[in-house]
Ligand binder design. Sequence first.
Ligand code: AHR
Length: 631
Amino acid sequence: RLRIDATRPGKPISGDLFGVFFEDLNYAADGGLYAELVQNRSFEFSASDHRGWDSLTGWTLVELDGGEGEVVVESNQPLHANNPSYAVLGTRSDQGRVGLQNVGFAGIALTEGQKYDFSLFARQLADQPSELVVRLEDHAGQAITEARLPAPDASWGRLAAELTASRTIDNARLTVCSTGAGRVGLDMISLFPRDTFQGRKNGLRRDLAQAIADLRPKFVRFPGGCLVHGDGVDNIYRWQDSVGPVHQRKGQRNIWRYHQSLGLGYFEYFQFCEDIGAKPLPVVAAGVSCQNSGASVTGRWGRGQLGIALEDMPAYTQEVLDLIEYANGPADSRWGSVRAASGHPEPLGLEYLGVGNEDRISPEFAVRFQMIQQAIAERYPEITVVGTVGPAPDGEDFANGWEIADRLRLAMVDEHYYRSPQWFLENLTRYDGYDRSRSAVYLGEYAAHDQGRRSTLRSALAEAAYLTHLERNGDIVQLSSYAPLLGKVGATQWTPDLIYFTNTEVRPTINYYVQQLFSCNSGEELLTHELAGGEVPGLPVSVVRSAESGDLVIKLVNTSSAPRELAIEVTGLGSGVHTAAVTVLAGQPDDVNHDGLGRDLAPVQHEVEFGPDYHHTAPPHSLSIVRISNG
Ligand code: AHR
């Protein structure tokens, strides 16, 4: 018997507990959420991004109908200093056509009848004008759509065309052809579906963005992860390189061994947060780079960090302050005006700012972190700085990080841990005895890693059990996010991920549904409950009340192989029969979605009448949500 007392107000808990962690890892941004269909559109790829890559990676020269020509990469008088390389297409005769062809991110997926926005920047380099034609075609060279572009000028100009796909295909290629003997410079060759999420220009892939929106995250952390601090000072993510006109952004090497165009940049992250009603939680580097990168210092702290030189730290600290002004400053402030120029004069409502990501807590870290944290505290005391307590090697358990957090009296710190399902089940009291006078916790990265790093029901239920524990401690654990969020099938550097995807499909894991069920059924008040005979091993429970609806939500995780029948008794519900939505996610522990071996698991919901004799049977290996309506 489960007894719940709804007569009195419960313990206030964080309404922001369930969010998402986005990192451009596993082609999550370029080739993923960012809807750009052309790979290496700005000819900036290089061997430093990935061994064997160069400025023409992704591109092939094509000579058609007897045309002859060449493509070279130049950087003289570029489109913008941040975007130095461009392609020069040279045609040697008036005969035929010469073009550049791109296969996108392992194929360009097109849908019949849909419109696509094509654009490029071009510059005529020889007297004789070239005529440019853009074409989307299949692998047999059959046109799916094509358009003629206006002749380019002698200085850089943007040319655009609207294309409509005549059929559905998942592996089209894009060709930009030039006719007539001449040389033309080309840059930022871009193709977007018109149908982006919320119809945004330079927008996001609708289906993937919707899958994230459907989690109803209370916040979105971006842009990482290790991507934030990079693997050297020159690889730190600089937010200001990612805003403003797209062709002026400064793409860079992605620490996960590919290239980040920054087309999906801070403006687009903020806009996405607003579009889905989530709070933005950007994370900036604490002036040091990844704990896993290189070594300059040895000794007590182990491998050292490559940090920004101390004399450069005031300027770097100012960049962090500038970010806050970019987000929250008036439209006529220096950085607020950059935001306004992108079409968002109103402030973006930044509340949280992460400083540092899982950095080794060394003296180099400490001095730089403190400079940034104190500057923010002085200039923007209303911002909650989320510190980091570093990586958690077995046994060490963040000790160094906590020492700094206590000393600086940080409002919140970010903990990360990836452990076995068993570990999560054995740690369901981790925060129970936590000293409430210390910093609040953001569990910024976690996932239960099962054998073979598969996204099994076993791992999902271990996470669900842990989430009941976080809810029960939602006064002190104020934010949490599973990590990582996205993984492109066949292009991952890290598994497991919450959502897998291809160019045409979105494949939610079972773990995704656990996140969704918790987030869509979150509350701001924790109600006390009592299980007759005491807590049942293998049956974690949490009970919350939603401030918005007044609904009471019971979450039950049955990790055992036997069904568990519970009489549920709620006092203080008000008289009469209430309706309840009962949602159950159940299966076998080894079940994995989209593995081709069987049916995919998804929650199943039905409505019941909730009265004094209500019984719920939690199936073996299941998460049940009983949401009792207030009305
Ligand atoms: O989530 C994947 C990686 O795990 C993150 O980039 C990093 O912060 C952590 O080590």
